[in-house]
Design a protein around this ligand. Structure first.
Ligand SMILES: [Cu+2]
Length: 188
């Protein structure tokens, strides 16, 4: 029994210290359902490819050192991939997202789990589709906070509001790309 306590005490103590000081990292799970959604902007409604029916898409919030597991399920007729813009994919290049470069696209009815750890980065980035012109409507913020109890390298802001700039044209960007492709085709 003494031996057991001697082994377990340091393990429990180290775990507590790590969690109190925020050194321990977390795994954060997100579900991205790629789906069509009627979206109204500028008094005009159109059907768009979205993540979870949102435009812009849902925000991802993590802390430096966290692992992200993002399950993307494709419910539309277009193939899809998601790129995590600005994330340094260290030993996880297969999670980077460019279609036909680091992965095959996720086909209709299929899922893929992006699995990566945020290493040595903090700040506000964004994610977007990385196939064809779907990036025109499929994007959202990716916010990396410092580790717990680690301050920002500047005065803590009173409030933070992510602002994303995007276009909203009269037709679906993917349809426009397909029409363009009929005239002058190039690889996606
Ligand atoms: Cu990008």
């Amino acid at each position: 029994m003494d031996g057991f306590v001697r082994i377990m005490f340091p393990i429990v103590a180290i775990t507590l210290i790590l969690s109190v000081y925020g050194v321990a990292s977390t795994t954060r799970n997100y579900e991205f359902n790629i789906q069509l959604q009627n979206v109204t902007r500028l008094c005009h409604t159109k059907s768009m490819v979205t993540v979870n029916g949102k435009f812009p898409g849902p925000r991802i919030v993590a802390r430096e050192g966290d692992r992200l597991l993002i399950k993307v399920t494709n419910h539309v007729s277009n193939n899809i991939t998601i790129h995590w813009h600005g994330i340094r994919q260290i030993q996880s290049g297969w999670a980077d997202g460019p279609a036909y470069i680091t992965q095959c696209p996720i086909q209709t009815g299929q899922s893929y789990v992006y699995n990566y750890t945020v290493v040595g980065q903090r700040g506000t980035l964004f994610w977007h589709a990385h196939i064809s012109w779907l990036r025109a409507s499929v994007y959202g913020p990716l916010i990396i906070l410092p580790k717990l109890h680690v301050p920002y390298p500047f005065t803590k802001p009173y409030k933070e509001v992510p602002i994303i700039f995007g276009g909203y044209g009269g037709c679906r960007a993917a349809s426009f790309a397909e029409a363009l492709c009929r005239v002058h085709c190039h690889p996606p």
